[in-house]
Design a binder for this molecule. Sequence first.
Ligand code: F6P
Length: 474
Amino acid sequence: MTSDLVIVANRLPVDRIELPDGSVGWRRSPGGLVSALEPVMREDGGAWVGWPGSPDEELAPFEHDGVTLVPVVLTSEDVEEFYEGFSNATLWPLYHDVVAKPEFHREWWDAYVRVNRRFAEAAASVASEGARVWVQDYQLQLVPQMLRELRPDLIIGFYLHIPFPPAELFSQLPWRRQILEGLLGADLIGFQLPEASGNFVRLVRTRVGHKTHRDRIFLPDDRTVRAAAFPIAIDTAGYESLARSPEVEERVQEIRDAAGGRRIFLGVDRLDYTKGIYPRLRAFGELVSEGHLALEDVMFVQVATPSRERVGEYKRMRDEIDRLVGRLNGDLGTIRYPLISYLHSSYPREEMAALYRAADVMVVTPYRDGMNLVAKEYVACRLEEDGALVLSEFAGAAEELRQAWLVNPYDINGIKSALLEAYGAEPKELQRRMRAMRRTVLEHDVASWALSFMEALASGPGEHLKPLRPARKK
Ligand code: F6P
């Protein structure tokens, strides 16, 4: 059986669960991409190609919630060299402003090529004639070209969820040309921000030598590729209704009670060195130690979801944050009032919605971030149009959420001033800012994001034009 719409992503959109009878089952992952694509996937009998998440797992394709899931195997060596290595210790730091030093290893590159080919072959085997295939993110940048070679009939889209770096940084990559050519296999390449698509088009012109005009790239084989910005969004209505639910209301009260009347500053991140957890905690600690904020009045809740734990830089930064939290609590906290509540764990969406509602000041300070959905989730959950958002100017979200207190995460004094201002803002000022930000996240949600990409994909400029709703599953 083949599909007219195929998503190709590093991970499958499901998490493995154990059923009451001890057998293995699958539950839809909480991500916004999944919920945005699910309706159109179902309608079009879509397929999703991805890795089930653990090494050496060989699974046959299976149906889940009306979508065909096509598992791709990663061996332990692939996980080490393709996922932890080239994807997360080479590309990830390189694309995030070289916040950590990227490592370049030829064996990792070989693994990246090998695994990308496996994904391309899996996609080629499930796509029907003329199908639309949408490839996701930095782990799979060679797939568009590989897939086009296997299946020239397909319409291929690619979306990069993380930043695309300026030429000065990208040019460090020994395999820069192969990556650019890999991406050019797509008809449409989507980025978070116009700055990123501009970086890409300039690099294609200078490094590969293709003619370009604005967002169009003209290839020698007469194909035209478009590179444009499609800023990603969240399932706003889903978050709003979650935030409104009686269970979440109840949990908000419990969290507030546990805070004992103190106002809550909140950080929610994957434990990643790009997220700027360190400077925000330092800034907060200094405000308390210098007497600008009183220990009896405030606390900081930092949720740090475990992530990529076997990668060296992640281990190092975890130790660094552990030490800082220990020092701040040890130096400044008391039995009654620990300063920082540090939660190294992942939580369901309900708990996040309750935390967003309970928090007075949301602190999002990445050194570099493609978008940062946490900032948008916080805004979506602020039903009363209150609460303050302190946001790094280096997060993609800062382009849209202009009414946040924008900060430079490298400037600790600047973060301190913004935290104090946000904390002390008048209710009217909070409302003015939050109302405007809520308008933004309500107007532009993940469903409209996915639709705008799919419409742009269907309308060219490649030669493989095709109506948006193709024939049903064969
Ligand atoms: O933000 C990029 C991203 O790859 C997301 O697509 C993903 O949800 C997140 O990071 C976690 O990544 P991983 O799959 O490495 O756990």
